[in-house]
Design a protein around this ligand. Structure first.
Ligand code: SF4
Length: 152
């Protein structure tokens, strides 16, 4: 069976987001894949040992910092490595990762100023996954992901 890596907060059912909120994806394409048992859920930030809820953090250059100025790059790197390891172990055909996150974002991320400003960029885990050759979609690109899935 073709497996797909997904952000755990999109998969739903457990509280993993930094703010303790719920962003479970209810799109029919996503739900069908979930029902078929082909989704491998990962939360890089939880894998990195960070608590939930946790301080809002953003990429600042090559680092990840909390709004209070704490360097959490090591935790984000550890979580990114574990997500990439699971992608390889499960031979996933692509990933669907939550938009805008400093770990899972794939097109736009917050710009490091903590002013709710987005800029083009990718999260730490997505960077690692892409370097390992994993194609990335976000939750707003499920039609595109389905077309890719069906082309495989
Ligand atoms: S690290 Fe990724 S999976 Fe975990 S809560 Fe943030 S966006 Fe969701």
């Amino acid at each position: 069976m073709k497996k797909i890596l997904v952000s755990a907060c999109l998969y739903g059912g457990e509280i993993v987001r930094y703010d303790g909120g719920d962003t479970a994806c209810t799109h029919p394409i996503f739900l069908k894949w979930k029902e078929e048992g082909r989704l491998i859920k990962v939360c890089p930030e939880v894998f990195g040992g960070l608590p939930t809820p946790r301080p809002d953090s953003q990429r600042v250059g090559d680092k990840v910092m909390t709004g209070a100025g704490k360097d959490v790059t090591a935790e984000y790197t550890k979580g990114a490595n574990e997500a990439a390891r699971l992608a390889e172990e499960n031979a996933v055909v692509f990933a669907v990762m939550k938009a805008h996150s400093p770990s899972c974002g794939s097109q736009m991320i917050y710009d490091g100023t903590f002013t709710d400003t987005l800029k083009p960029g990718q999260g730490m885990a997505v960077e690692k996954l892409r370097n390992a050759g994993v194609k990335i979609f976000n939750e707003d690109q499920l039609e595109e992901a389905l077309a890719y899935f069906e082309s495989l």
